[in-house]
Ligand binder design. Sequence first.
Ligand SMILES: *Cc1c(COP(=O)(O)O)cnc(C)c1O
Length: 405
Amino acid sequence: MSTENRAVFSSLEGKSPEDVFAQIPTPSYILEEKQLLRNGQLLAQVAQNTGCKILLAQKAFSNFDFYPLLSPYLSGTEASGLYEARLGKEKMPEGEVHVFCGAYREDEFEELLLYADHIVFNSPRQLQKFGKRAKEQGKSVGLRINPEHSTQEGHAIYDPCAPGSRLGTTKALWDRYMTEELISLLDGLHFHTLCEQDSDALASTLQAVEEKFGDVLPRMKWLNMGGGHHITKETYDVPRLEKTLTYAKNKWDLQVYLEPGEAVALNAGYLASRVLDIVENGNTKIAILDTSAACHMPDVIEMPYTPPLYGADENGSQPYAYRLGGPTCLSGDIIGDYTFDHPLQEGELLLFGDMAIYTTCKNNTFNGMPLPDIWKRSPKGELSNLLHFGYSDFERRLGRAKEET
Ligand SMILES: *Cc1c(COP(=O)(O)O)cnc(C)c1O
């Protein structure tokens, strides 16, 4: 196994997937408390060392049964809109609730004010429309800025600084629309421009922020640096992060916030699946699994990327090569090409790693695929079922229930 894969599967402590998960029906997600704790402790250490506050971005991970476990290490939750704001308020009530949404709706705003502590607007117009009302209700008000500083290649759909991006207010728009009256409504600025990146990207982004918006930052109470910080990844440069956060805090005398999603639940989940069939086409052997990329790990197709798989690798270094695919009718429902040290067998258990994030909160029942159950694995290794999904979960969203006769 590659070094990186060893880190992904380290919670198994050398045991094989069949040793640990034989009793679990497939497909199932298994969420690892030990890894959540490890991530939480690391993030809390950064917060302690720098005075910054770290929030859970719920769009990446919102399995709230784990909020009590995470809450001691975090300052609250970040939401993408009304539902996540309510979830954060109700399930982690001791924490702050921050919300950013591309555009708020008039018919939701009053309710949103019940849940949110910080409300971040995407445009000067949204700030003008809702900002005063939020302030009158005692909310902390922010504007998302776009520093127009791209630091990522290859994942344009995850780059809010890409040309033509709708996310955040550019310096040009700020100069055109931000009147003194609007600026005086602001308690803070927000930027979110990273995706799975190290702290060098944050440092250079902060420099761009300083160049474009440095003149208003001394007037702000807080600066929220968004998510996309891969803080809990083994190779991440934490000291450089802490230096960057401390710089901002001291330079402008403000509270710094981070709102990572991925870093909170990195490597804290598995997706267990079994081989249903093995087919061949030319020289390609294809294993059809009881899990689907399109339905159960949509980022594999959307990003795209090849997820880590226990005992296998993606670089062709082992003798038995297979393409892994789902049972759906979508030709592109391919998880990836892997090699193994043995021929795959029907019924064999395959364990995908780093499956806590952007999965349980993003999956779907396309093709009538069942949703995987969700299990919890305690720090002592005890497994318990949290959620079971069945036919009714599929049916409910598609039509009216039959009238009682
Ligand atoms: C997606 C997002 C996050 C979390 O991003 P991760 O890559 O999961 O850390 C935080 N803030 C905002 C505004 C986001 O859109």
